[in-house]
Design a protein around this ligand. Sequence first.
Ligand SMILES: [Zn+2]
Ligand SMILES: [Zn+2]
Length: 667
Amino acid sequence: MVPFAQVALPLPLRHTFTYRVPDALSARIEPGVPVEVPFRGRARRGVVVEWTATSDREDALDLSAVLGPPLFDAHLLQLTRWMAEYYLAPWGEVLAAALPGGPSGMPASRGRKSAAGIEERALALPLPEPFTLTPEQRAASHALETSVRRRAFAPILLHGVTASGKTEVYLRGAAAARDTGGQTLVLVPEVALGSQLVREFRRRFRNRVGVLHSYLGIAERRRNWELARRGALDVVVGARSAVFAPLPKLRLIVVDEEHEPAYKQNEQLRYHGRDTAVRRAQMLGIAVVLGSATPSLESLANARRGKYAHLVLSRRVDRRPMPQVRIVDLRREGGTSQLSLPLRAALAERLARGEQVVLFLNRRGHSHHVQCRACGFVPRCPWCDIALTLHLVPRAWRCHYCDHDAAAAAACPACGSRLLRYSGAGTQRAERELRATVPAARLLRLDTDVARAGGTDEVLERFGSGAADVLLGTQMVAKGLDFPRVTLVGVLDADVALHLPDFRAAERTFQLLVQVSGRSGRGSRAGEVLVQTSTPEHPAIAAAVAHDDRAFVERELAERKEAGYPPHARLVTLLFSGADALEVERAATRAAEMLRQEAESAGVRVLGPAPQPLARLRGKHRWHVMLKGPRGAEVRRHAARALDWAESTERPRGVRVVADVDPVDVL
Ligand SMILES: [Zn+2]
Ligand SMILES: [Zn+2]
């Protein structure tokens, strides 16, 4: 009997392929090995996921080559299979994404590089006691250590205000894992080598910590990958894709800043790193701790339902007070300056005292919402409760969930003012204004342009060393930075995030304001936060100012329930893209029509089709259809029908269709 192998190929087809295994190769075939196979007249690389003694595919072709030892163990095959099923993605694409360096990490025919010559000195280090734990830290550490030792699935939400010492709790959990011979995986939204978290883990675990960093280059990442796989690392720290790190003795997973949208990958394989981490912990029967000062509503809902344990750190370490937050009402300021008079005054005061200032420009992606500068009015969709987006051709305000449209007014429908503006000025304009206002201040800018050029660590390092007075940046400055000399944080426009056409806009705004406020007053001097806004009465802003997350969460959960959004419902968006605008629109329309009747009779609503806010991106036209319903499996089942159609022989020509399960960023 000739055995057959099931091979997952990184192609946009959601099934595996059967190949015959030649006798000469059969000794080296096992699940997880990379292979080369002929596919439609071309040589393709894929991964064997299963092998069987028989097959009904009599015409199966022969496997061409085995490219090396297994890349995936049984557990990682199981995890990636779950992802393929859950995220409605081809298994081969999931496996490709799981390699260090992504799809390009697949070994070539000549075989993979050996990892010889890597030192494996185990250092037994005592755990230093840098300071006394707060009673809350002690209780949380104890609970986490107990869960790690118990070796059963234990999802834990660690809900600690900014500067409450969550890192110390993670470190103790990791030490408990290490002491029982286990490994810890630490996921962070973005790896900043200079971040406090990486520094602390390195200090405690020395060379038993491996950092998986995209700037490291593929050789270095593969080396750490190999060390992790051989059990030579106690702790692996990395961003989203580190969730795939091969850790044979994994005992604890930490997801820091679990609410961060950066955990969701929005291209190629659309998966959520946090949710995948929780599933991985469940499969292995281990502890997973999700840490945040501002947990996502999904995680809070899980804690309320008793699915997650809920550990709370309500106080800052060293009895430091929470920063004082003040509102600057832009409606009373007039003009279009990004620096109000109160902010200018506060800025001058800090500079005179030699203290540092962080200025935050809340700009994410492209903002196209309209807001009245006089009264704060923003047009919203009456059906979907999200901000309407300005479209230029034809000129209209449109909802990009359901395609509802309204005539674009020249004057404010609420107050008649003609100060309707299109929101969202960039960091560069803010920088020019700052330089003109405080010419003597030493200024650093941190935004996506700087990050793309690889300058993030350098900017943070210079600011941390006191080489600058003011750090101006986008949401990157809100994340986990710890600069004791910062006593003023200014939020230049809190409304930009609030009116993104996204049902999570209020949650995101609340989180950003709390996080960015948390950068102030982390040292011995008290901190202050100034929030510039045209809608100070909005619940997200009012709650952030009052440090009252309970009030905000209650209200927001009730509104999500009312409008049928997560965590009370599940969403899948189907994304259509292609070069021909008409074909893309036609495919989206056909898919929506095909799904609607059967889906809606099963309680799944089909919204759209609608053009995406950035309908044309890199020469591609983009439309989407949104499915929502109370049960995730049911919503995914209907989305899968559309994908089956898109993969069938009657598929639309020149249009790519992909699913985004549990979408996070719908721009
Ligand atoms: Zn108005
Ligand atoms: Zn709508």
